[in-house]
Design a protein around this ligand. Structure first.
Ligand code: PMP
Length: 316
């Protein structure tokens, strides 16, 4: 925990998980100045823990901070705070499949004011929590054509808490119809694919990896890692806008053979069915050969089974 006051961050302290005291007037609760991050550490053996790309999350955290008029956090507080926490948190859970330590940095506005302006004080907290597999892949997704996750010029590229609040209702409605999550589309005409609930999307079309691009998506660190691994495997890549029609037509004519979601929680989660208005199409049983190859490399780098050829691991 570190606190920001008079333009300075306090010396961080580590303490056991406990309640914190806050006043009802803190501005984060009213105006949503609250950002977070999410990434993982993997236990390799008794003596080694691999933190996966923490500097990318650090950069994205400060990018969110700038957009939300919040102070940036210095690298030493972010990175060293995480290392100090990992040192004392023995997170190895032998019976949990795919166990890892989830790391959740959070910053929120703590000034007691109802004034509608950036807060003058903030709290930075990092929580850690052992986790297992989060997703039960494969996924059934609903293309969302009424609600939007983010609008151009807004905060879609940030991990701002309010983005998630806004996504709950459409997701609950999709769940009620038997879908796991929604696929967000652009806020103007709902014509282009953006991303999934807490993951980015990719597809394989005629042997090319297509990465849907948009100015409003969260630029996932897994997405970036998957692109780098695909380059390493000489898989051709196109990063570009992808329309809903292209996705649906490609599945129907079988030029699209794999659709998957990428994220810290999802790693790579395969999508096997997509709903769009009153249509429902299933993606024919395929071997997911491209995504499985990429997933294997990603997992073995994270878990220390393969040399860190990309320089992604901060070992401890
Ligand atoms: N999009 C959204 C909205 C997310 O919340 C996440 C999870 N952080 C992602 C994409 C995937 O990002 P990452 O690969 O960095 O976990």
């Amino acid at each position: 925990i570190s606190e920001y006051k008079d333009g300075k961050w306090s010396e961080p302290i580590v303490k056991p998980y406990d309640k914190i005291e806050l006043q009802p007037s803190i501005s984060a609760l009213h105006y949503g100045q609250s950002i977070f991050e999410g990434f993982k550490a993997f236990r390799v053996d008794e003596n080694t823990i691999n933190i996966f790309r923490p500097f990318m999350n650090f950069e994205r955290f400060n990018q969110s901070a700038r957009r939300l008029s919040m102070p940036e956090i210095p690298e030493e507080i972010f990175i060293n705070g995480i290392k100090d926490l990992i040192k004392i948190d023995n997170f190895f859970v032998p019976d949990l499949p795919e166990s890892s330590l989830y790391i959740r940095p959070l910053m929120f506005a703590t000034e007691n004011t109802l004034s509608v302006r950036p807060s003058k004080t903030y709290k930075f907290i990092v929580l850690t929590c052992p986790v297992g597999k989060y997703y039960s892949s494969p996924l059934k997704m609903l293309i969302e054509t009424k609600y939007a996750r983010a609008a151009t010029g807004g905060v879609g590229t940030c991990k701002n808490s309010g983005n998630y609040a806004a996504s709950f209702l459409p997701t609950v409605l999709a769940n009620q119809r038997g879908f796991d999550q929604v696929i967000w589309t652009d806020s103007e005409k709902h014509e282009y694919i953006e991303e999934a609930g807490i993951a980015n999307l990719m597809l394989i079309k005629n042997g090319v990896m297509i990465v849907p691009e948009s100015p409003n998506i969260l630029q996932g660190i897994t997405r970036n890692s998957v692109i780098e691994i695909a380059k390493y495997l000489n898989i051709p890549i196109e990063t570009r806008i992808v329309s809903v029609n292209e996705l649906m037509d490609g599945i129907k004519d079988q030029s699209i053979t794999e659709v998957f979601a990428t994220g810290t929680a999802a790693k790579i989660a395969h999508i096997v069915a997509i709903g769009f208005n009153n249509n429902f199409i299933e993606i024919p049983e395929v071997d997911n050969k491209f995504s499985n190859k990429i997933l294997k490399i990603l997992t073995s780098i994270q878990q220390g089974d393969q040399k860190d050829i990309f320089g992604w691991i901060t070992p401890m």
